[in-house]
Design a protein around this ligand. Structure first.
Ligand code: AOF
Ligand code: ZN
Length: 387
């Protein structure tokens, strides 16, 4: 197999797969930085390993070099992300690799960060290091969907989580909706929350359920956490156009920050919500007078929010879908039927023709406890492209 002019063999693939495994350990802690893993090997034998734990702490390459010691000289470095060449919170990894005497660098994917993007590779090549890129590129990119999208487009990656009966219903006609899915599915959602930078919901859901929207997982389950260290709590974001946020909302007393996004400029009301413990962001209204979702997402990206988990009712989920702001759907389906009078998952308005259906592409299907979990993304093509 070749990448550019340089050969890549099975051994290279296996070692990059190992680097990917290491990178995954940072899934819940590196935010807002990307998850990155690095392996140093000589003749296929691993001499050092490292993975990025959290922003401000050493990058994967540095830890691998430290672990390898003198054995780094002449070694090949396998890094899931292009080594950085800039001074951020930490000094450039390209310098560390060169100082350690690494002779070959195999990279998964280019860093989408405009401060690096290709320059790290150039710097290494200019210093005489053999550089190969694009090895296991797909999985290496998929590890950091939010970082990737934020760096390229100034928007976070948006994942919408939904729970419904097998016939796609979320609540009875009278509004009763608690406990549709099993405890196993609800625990699974905590893992989705834990990897997210922010959780977004609507004021309707908040007023109806007074949710906590926090991560409730034992810290011992998360690799990068030292004993006694708490789990990182994602930013809770409430879409609240008319600023109806109750000052007694349960989440305001929990660890982790809450941001209320509104269109209301009322200084007195804003001050009240602020002193109750939330931050208020006043955004532009859309045509219907509601907070403009895309403007909010752009603002969140500016705040280094990588992955947003939407946990909301059919109005917000439907609006986000129709505005094509959704990257991924995670749908939990419980094996029961609620009938056609119960409420559906997405408010899309009546469709005039089958052509208006929202086409999806299934990424993954599995069973979680007694429930079914589907992961899908929005398909690019229209549904009936073949007729
Ligand atoms: C790497 N290896 O392990 C990581 C990289 O502020 P800093 O110093 O932590 O730099 C963060 C930037 O460095 C981040 O935006 C991304 O471009 C890169 N992350 N690069 O070579 C790593 N975490
Ligand atoms: Zn670095």
């Amino acid at each position: 197999m070749t990448r550019g002019s340089t050969r890549v063999d099975e051994r290279d693939l296996a070692l990059m797969a190992r680097a990917l495994q290491l990178a995954e350990r940072g899934l819940y802690t590196t935010d807002p930085n990307p998850r990155v893993g690095c392996v140093l090997a000589r003749e296929g034998q691993i001499v050092g390993e490292g993975w990025h734990r959290r922003a401000g702490e050493p990058h994967a390459e540095r830890l691998a070099i430290e672990a390898a010691g003198a054995a780094a000289r002449g070694a090949t470095a396998y890094v899931t992300l292009e080594p950085c060449c800039h001074h951020g919170r930490t000094p450039p990894c390209t310098d560390a690799l060169l100082a350690a005497g690494v002779s070959r660098v195999v990279v998964g994917v280019q860093d989408p960060n405009p401060r690096v993007h290709g320059r790290g590779l150039e710097r290494l090549r200019a210093a005489g290091v053999e550089v190969v890129t694009g090895v296991l590129e797909g999985p290496c990119r998929a590890l950091n969907p939010g970082f990737d999208k934020r760096m390229r487009l100034g928007l976070p990656f948006v994942r919408v989580k939904l729970a419904a009966s097998l016939d796609g219903r979320t609540a009875l006609a009278n509004g009763e909706s608690q406990w549709i899915t099993s405890a196993a599915a609800r625990t699974d959602v905590h893992w989705l929350r834990a990897r997210s930078s922010a959780i977004l919901t609507g004021i309707g859901t908040l007023l109806a359920d007074d949710p906590s929207l926090n991560v409730r997982l034992a810290p011992t389950l998360i690799p990068a956490l030292a004993t006694g260290e708490p789990v990182r709590q994602p930013l809770r974001v409430i879409l609240d156009s008319a600023l109806r946020m109750p000052l007694t909302a349960k989440m305001l007393l929990l660890t982790g920050a809450t941001l209320v996004a509104t269109c209301v400029q009322d200084a007195k009301r804003i001050a009240a919500v602020t002193s109750a413990g939330a931050e208020v962001w006043v955004g532009p209204p859309d045509a219907a007078g509601r907070v403009d979702l895309e403007a909010l997402l752009r603002y969140l990206a500016e705040r280094e929010i990588n992955e947003v988990l939407v946990e909301a009712g059919p109005t917000l989920a439907g609006a986000a879908l129709q505005q094509r702001l959704v990257d991924e759907l995670v749908l939990y389906l419980a094996p029961h039927l609620m009938g056609s009078d119960a409420r559906g998952l997405f408010q899309l308005g009546p469709l005039a023709s089958m052509r208006e259906r929202v086409p999806l592409e299934l990424l993954d299907v599995r069973q979680v406890g007694p429930d079914l979990r589907l992961r899908a993304r929005l398909a690019e093509d229209t549904v009936n492209s073949d007729d």
